[in-house]
Design a protein around this ligand. Sequence first.
Ligand code: B12
Length: 150
Amino acid sequence: MTARPVAGHVLLSTVSSDSHTWNLVYLQLLLEESGFVVTNLGACVPDDLLIDTAARTRPDVLLVSSVNGHGHLDGARLIRRVRADPRTRRLAAVIGGKLGVTGDDRPYVEPLREAGFDLVFPQGADAGELPAQLAALVARGRKQNEARVA
Ligand code: B12
């Protein structure tokens, strides 16, 4: 039997205020079925723990899921800290779920991108698109790393 190639290592987390967990279980299974290795940090992860884990384990992508509606606030704070830390500033980062509480997440997409996320999936986005989008992000990151080393 030949082993399937690993599509990438994903560090999966909520934002620090968010206690929902089934979203994380869903995303972990979805990505593992698509060949990713997933480290799932669970709910209510403090920013420091997340950033230290990212620096230590060097994932290909940080994936943040928020469903309690605080994603637009906690996510923006978190990604600014990720980008400010020399250990994680180039880490590809994605956020999605329910980013606010109004039902319309569109106003949060650009601010979260400007704060530093590479991809932002507003409420209602098709999670089925995620594996392909993450694979493209991983491929881009690996190319950039090779170019830096060469
Ligand atoms: C179960 C539940 C709880 C449980 C959670 C238990 C657990 N272990 O997870 C408990 C009771 C603890 C809970 C608490 C709270 N909850 Co709650 N909860 C729910 C409920 C009923 C189901 C959530 C669930 O498990 N869904 C199943 C998973 C698989 O789906 P999901 O979470 O929606 O994730 C999907 C998508 O969002 C998307 N997705 C998620 N992340 C990402 C990321 C990316 C990149 C992509 C592409 C997609 C994506 O993909 C997933 C699969 O489709 C929802 C209502 C509902 N019917 O959705 C409310 C709900 C999420 N809760 C809500 C709220 C407000 C709270 C509380 C703040 C309530 C309170 N006042 O205390 C607290 C949260 C406290 C905190 N610190 O976070 C609100 C959020 C409001 C909003 N964002 O607009 C909801 C929507 C209820 C409502 N209609 O008001 N909750």
